[in-house]
Design a protein around this ligand. Structure first.
Ligand SMILES: [Zn+2]
Length: 275
């Protein structure tokens, strides 16, 4: 296929890649995408940072949905797209992989030079004392405090949040930090919250050090990812995108591949097996 050959050539031609990945990279792992092919929201927008911090009912609803969503989210396994990018890193071709995903599937596939731009869902952060604890530990606590919610099932969103329409969340019990009584929040960047500066700085440095940028499974609709494409374009670095729908950076891109990520990058796995 023409697109395959072009992508292969693009990757062969640029020895040090800056890679940015998004939700499309994880859809084959059973983690659905927020946006459809036109970049529009598929479902109600997720929780805003301010309302999560200010409103205990919003927090109860969030954790109730998360209790349900986490079980499936926590079972997700890497797919060919993750494995292909891990193989490319082993060949020394990736300077840094920056992901907008919070699922840690790149690391599970073996990638090591990864920045989790939007944080990680397997960790919970106390907003009072900055203590971190494993999400699984909080899951057990939530289950023991809310036995009536254990058997619920629902559609799962990319952040492990689930749709539970028409339920009363006021009785759902959410623990506070046992050390300081602070609000516990998933260690992910919510809408309305900034990406920590050191992550952006490290990613921008990697853009500067790279020969080219490869975008995998992101529409770049969110500014936190789009800014890297803009930076790369401003520095005259070629950009290739692998995404099923249109992207915000289409006019900046030198190669656009409209295929599922795992299929488009599959040749990297064949190459690594042959090597
Ligand atoms: Zn605390």
């Amino acid at each position: 296929m023409e697109e395959d050959r072009s992508l292969r050539e693009f990757i062969a031609k640029h020895s040090r890649l800056f890679v940015l990945t998004g939700a499309g990279c994880s859809t084959d792992s059973g983690i659905p995408d927020y946006r459809d092919a036109d970049g529009e929201w598929k479902r109600a927008q997720p929780v805003q940072f301010r309302s999560f911090m200010d409103d205990s009912l919003i927090r109860r609803r969030y954790w109730a949905r998360s209790l349900v969503g986490w079980r499936r989210f926590g079972l997700a396994k890497p797919n060919d797209a993750h494995r292909a990018l891990a193989a490319l890193e082993r060949q020394g071709r990736i300077g840094l992989l920056v992901t907008q995903n919070v699922d840690r599937l790149h690391q599970a596939a073996g990638s090591t030079a990864v920045v989790d731009l939007h944080g990680r869902l397997d960790t919970v952060r106390c907003m009072g004392c900055e203590r971190r604890l494993p999400r699984e530990e909080l899951q057990q606590e939530l289950l023991s405090r809310n036995p009536d919610w254990v058997d619920l099932d629902a559609r799962v969103a990319p952040d492990g949040d689930a749709d539970l329409h028409g339920l009363d969340f006021s009785g759902f019990a959410v623990p506070d930090c046992e050390h300081c009584g602070g609000v516990l929040k998933p260690d992910v960047v919510f809408y309305g919250e900034s990406v920590p500066r050191e992550r952006v700085t490290r990613a921008m440095q990697a853009v500067a050090d790279a020969d080219a940028m490869l975008v995998v499974g992101s529409s770049l609709m969110v500014y936190s990812g789009y800014r890297f494409a803009r930076e790369a374009a401003a520095a005259g670095k070629p950009i290739a995108t692998v995404n099923l729908g249109r992207t915000r950076a289409d006019e900046l891109v030198s190669l656009k591949v409209t295929r599922p990520c795992g299929t488009a990058l599959g040749f990297l796995l064949e190459d690594s097996r042959a090597a």
